[in-house]
Design a binder for this molecule. Structure first.
Ligand code: NAD
Length: 393
């Protein structure tokens, strides 16, 4: 079929298999071309492995260190006139390349919050890998169904009082004010349940109990802090409460001695999840403009390749005074943030082109779904029914 993008709100409901494949290949080639740390993980479980930071972590571990990777994804294959999700195509492509390069790659498709998927993953580790030495927890999910069947939905709201600031309407590229209302305590608790550390710890406890973690195993989950303009929405908002819980859980797990657990504070980037946060996409498009002008812009793969080769491995783990790995070091540089601040204070619909990298934002958004990628013929007939080699259909 001829596959075109169909954007609905913050997501694109179609994905292009050839575009996704080309993007995965580009990320692999990027990692292959970098210098690699002498030490590194050998057997890695990536939870949330099909897109964004999780996919980039999988590629970085596999192509920096030859690591065997087991991925957990929550994606849909093509069906009838519907394409598969981009995470499905990314994973199919990753497995294809990994196998061609002699690397172990296997994937489990299902709800990472469920006990069933945890059990399935543990069985595969026992049968195929023995023990794993690294667990990446990179879920970005809107909801979680607990083992008792209760469904929790996360919200992107402030805490305490409402907050008004500029935002961008990505449908018509206009800048206007938005007021974000505070979350109720019930909503905050639900957001912590979905995006906090509880499920991360359930995974580590289950892996430890099954004796499939090496003694020196490391686990990392991803967080964000960002500048003051985003704090009411992010760091001090409902999602920030979940991230505080994630960090507290890292400390708790490390103190228990089963694993060394870290939080990596990553850069703000266009992914399926960040597009849904009010205010943040406008900040991201200004940030892109400034970081590109300074020659320090990075995408998911550049961030994760640097994480695995210079901060998490390559000698001692490098953290800030509070024990967090800071991959947002370039984003938070004073000169970058001062310029972002100046542009933010005067940005409006009329000067969007000069104050923000809106085309870069839109390009990255379409690329998430395999569109707008050089060398891909979007007028050609594409076979949407791509299989993930390790998943039976
Ligand atoms: P993403 O949407 O690109 O990827 C999320 C992944 O989670 C996908 O592979 C998705 O399939 C998987 N997933 C979602 N629900 C699942 C479920 N129930 N079971 C199994 N898999 C499931 O998101 P991302 O932006 O890469 O975010 C990953 C992490 O990085 C999140 O913790 C996020 O808060 C954090 N982070 C993101 C940014 C950013 O700007 N995008 C910045 C810093 C930190």
């Amino acid at each position: 079929m001829i596959i075109k993008p169909k954007v609905r709100g913050f997501i694109c409901t179609t994905a292009h298999p050839e575009g996704c494949r080309a993007e995965v290949k580009r990320e692999i080639e990027y990692v292959k071309a970098q210098d690699h740390a002498a030490d590194g993980p050998k057997k890695v479980l990536v939870i949330g492995a099909s897109m964004g930071y999780g996919l980039a972590s999988r590629i970085s571990a596999a192509y920096s260190f030859g690591a065997a990777t087991l991925g957990v994804i929550f994606d849909k294959p093509a069906s009838g006139a519907r394409t598969a999700t981009s995470g499905w195509y990314n994973t199919a492509a990753f497995e294809e390349f990994a196998k061609a390069d002699g690397l172990y790659a296997r994937t489990v498709n299902g709800d990472a919050y469920s006990k069933e998927i945890k059990d399935q993953v543990i069985d595969i580790i026992k049968n195929d890998l023995g023990k794993i030495d690294c667990v990446v927890y990179s879920l970005a999910a809107p909801r979680r169904t607990d083992t008792d069947g209760t469904m929790y939905t996360s919200v992107l709201k402030t805490v305490g009082s409402s907050y008004t600031n500029k935002t961008i309407n990505l449908k018509d590229n206009t800048v206007g004010d938005i007021t974000v209302e505070p979350a109720s305590q019930e909503e905050i608790d639900a957001t912590v349940k979905v995006m906090g550390g509880e499920d991360w710890k359930l995974w580590i406890d289950a892996l430890k109990a099954a004796d499939v973690l090496t003694d020196d195993a490391v686990t990392v989950a991803y967080s964000y802090i960002g500048p003051v303009i985003t704090h009411p929405m992010y760091a001090d908002g409902s999602i920030g409460k979940a991230k505080d819980h994630l960090f507290a859980t890292a400390k708790e797990m490390t103190a228990q001695g089963n694993v060394r657990a870290y939080i990596s504070v990553n850069k703000a980037l266009v992914t399926q999840s960040s597009a849904a946060i009010p205010i943040v996409p406008l900040y991201i498009s200004i940030l892109y403009k400034v970081m590109k002008a300074h020659g320090v812009h990075e995408g998911c793969i550049e961030q994760m390749c640097r994480l695995f080769n210079t901060k998490l491995y390559g000698g001692e783990v490098k953290t800030d005074a509070e024990g967090r790995i800071r991959m947002d070091d370039l984003e938070m540089q004073e000169d970058i943030q001062n310029e972002v601040d100046t542009l933010w204070s005067s940005i409006c619909t009329e000067n969007l082109d000069t104050h923000a990298d809106l085309s870069g934002y839109h390009e990255d958004f379409y690329k998430l779904f395999g569109f707008g990628i050089d060398g891909v013929d979007y007028e050609a007939d594409a076979d949407a029914a791509v299989a993930i080699p390790s998943i039976e259909q």
